[in-house]
Design a protein around this ligand. Structure first.
Ligand code: SF4
Ligand code: SF4
Length: 456
């Protein structure tokens, strides 16, 4: 069913137009709604309908989908539509080596996280979210106008590495039915230059050749090769969960750095669910902010740099150096192994965060229906916080969430151990160091979840 869906000439395209309209409506519904009051913003983010949709449902759904099924969000992303359209009429310059290195994606993500979210609160203030979405649109247009093919999706999109890394776990893979058909294929419509700028049934503009795709990270499942292949040979296949992690996958330094940031972000996101663990994780940022006399939103910048850049860098560097000295690993290999070892835990915890976030927002549903802008509702809730407490549905879901909160980190650890067993075959000390890294990382989550949910 999925394959016939992808082969249909107009289905994905129609969905892209649909998401484009939704994006425009989300911007329309959030622009002009702002506040300087941080406490009010914490409520407004849940009562403004576009803000609630984007950060509490759409974004978690993208993460969950990427981990389980692959990059299906990219299949219907309106940015791909926009950047491909402007690519048709643009200058078609070739991207340079820096762009191809993946560092722009890592830097763009770091800027969105550190400045966008933790300094200007684009996830809480609808007006800023709208500006962020407009910046994304503008970037997709400008990159499309200047660089060739689909450079925005391949080398610029701030979530490109995140979806690429998480889709290494997914159950699906794009490939071909019969490689011999490809060998004998004279026209190679799936990569033909003549098809690069067609509006529909394009050849791959992500520099991929369907019979040679070795892992899930780069294919954005746009479906264009399905439509351009005249031999009907492209297919989405089922495969073993996380199969890519058991191959000799070699990440770029930009992806390794990206994962370090994500690993710190996931720790912050999960630990900030519980006030006690949040206080603990904020000790160092608060101390540094206090010592340096930093005030206002700049405190968020410092916090984000410490938690998402400095501490993960220290953690990975210590273990990387140990791998280098004790296990005689090469630098790149040492960090590559650490990332692949920790990836299942980070993904499982991102999954848990998605579940916690989407369920915790249930009490706000009734408010966004009657007041989509959310300002009146936020004012009411601010004066009477009891309005969003003791929700019936949340109480019913609580026992299941308790179980999931414990099972997910354990499943993440089990998968990590299987990945580590496969790594560095003859190098026991290297594997032991990866195991120590995975155990330390997962313990942070397990202890927090057990304590927070009162499960022992
Ligand atoms: S995927 Fe299709 S178009 Fe591409 S080489 Fe194979 S048979 Fe030819
Ligand atoms: S191989 Fe290329 S054209 Fe085919 S789905 Fe993946 S990104 Fe799209």
């Amino acid at each position: 069913m999925l394959n016939s869906f992808f082969k249909n000439r107009y289905l994905l395209l129609s969905l892209q137009f649909f998401t484009l309209i939704v994006f425009v409506l989300l911007i329309y519904g959030s622009i002009g709604i702002a506040t300087d009051d941080a406490s009010f913003a914490k409520i407004l983010r849940n009562t403004n309908l576009p803000n609630l949709i984007v950060w509490s449902y759409w974004w978690p759904l993208i993460i969950v989908t990427a981990i389980i099924f692959g990059r299906y969000w990219c299949s219907i992303c309106p940015m791909e539509l926009i950047t491909s359209f402007f690519g048709k009429i643009g200058l078609r310059n070739k991207p340079g080596n820096f762009m191809k290195s993946g560092w722009i994606i890592t830097l763009f993500y770091a800027i969105v996280l550190i400045l966008g979210i933790h300094t200007f609160a684009i996830h809480r203030i609808p007006q800023y979210m709208a500006i962020y979405m407009l910046v994304l649109f503008a970037t997709a247009v400008i990159v499309g106008l200047i660089w060739e093919k689909r450079t925005f999706c391949t080398h610029v999109c701030p979530i490109g590495h995140l979806l690429g890394l998480y889709s290494l776990l997914s159950f699906n893979k794009l490939g071909v039915k019969d490689t011999d058909v490809c060998k004998n294929c004279k026209t190679k419509d799936c990569i033909s230059k003549a098809n690069h700028y067609k509006f529909n049934a394009r050849s791959c503009t992500s520099e991929l050749y369907p019979p040679m795709i070795s892992n899930n990270s780069d294919c954005i499942l746009c479906g264009q090769c399905f439509k351009s292949c005249t031999k009907d040979n492209v297919i989405i296949q089922k495969r073993r969960f996380a199969a890519d992690l058991f191959t000799n996958i070699s990440l770029r330094w930009s992806e390794i750095a990206f994962f370090m940031i994500v690993s710190g972000f996931v720790v912050y996101e999960l630990l900030s669910e519980w006030s006690v663990s949040k206080e603990i994780i904020m000790i160092l940022p608060n101390y540094i902010n206090g010592s340096l006399g930093i005030l206002g939103s700049a405190k968020g910048t410092v916090k984000a740099i410490i938690l998402f850049v400095i501490l993960p860098l220290i953690f990975f560097s210590i273990l990387g150096i140990l791998k280098k000295i004790v296990a005689n690993e090469k630098w790149k290999s040492a960090f590559n192994q650490l990332v692949l070892a920790l990836l299942p835990i980070a993904a499982s915890m991102h999954l848990l965060k998605a579940i916690l976030k989407t369920t915790s927002r249930i009490p706000y549903w009734e408010f966004v229906v009657s007041d989509p802008s959310g300002v009146e509702s936020a004012t009411k809730i601010m004066s009477n916080p009891e309005l969003v407490k003791n929700n019936y549905l949340i109480n019913i879901l609580a026992p299941s969430i308790d179980v999931i909160s414990v099972i997910l980190p354990i499943l993440g650890l089990v998968l990590s151990i299987l990945v580590i067993r496969k790594q560095a075959h003859n190098n026991i000390s290297s594997r032991v160091i990866s195991f120590i890294a995975a155990s330390l990382y997962v313990l942070i989550f397990i202890i927090t979840m057990l304590e927070w949910r009162g499960l022992y």
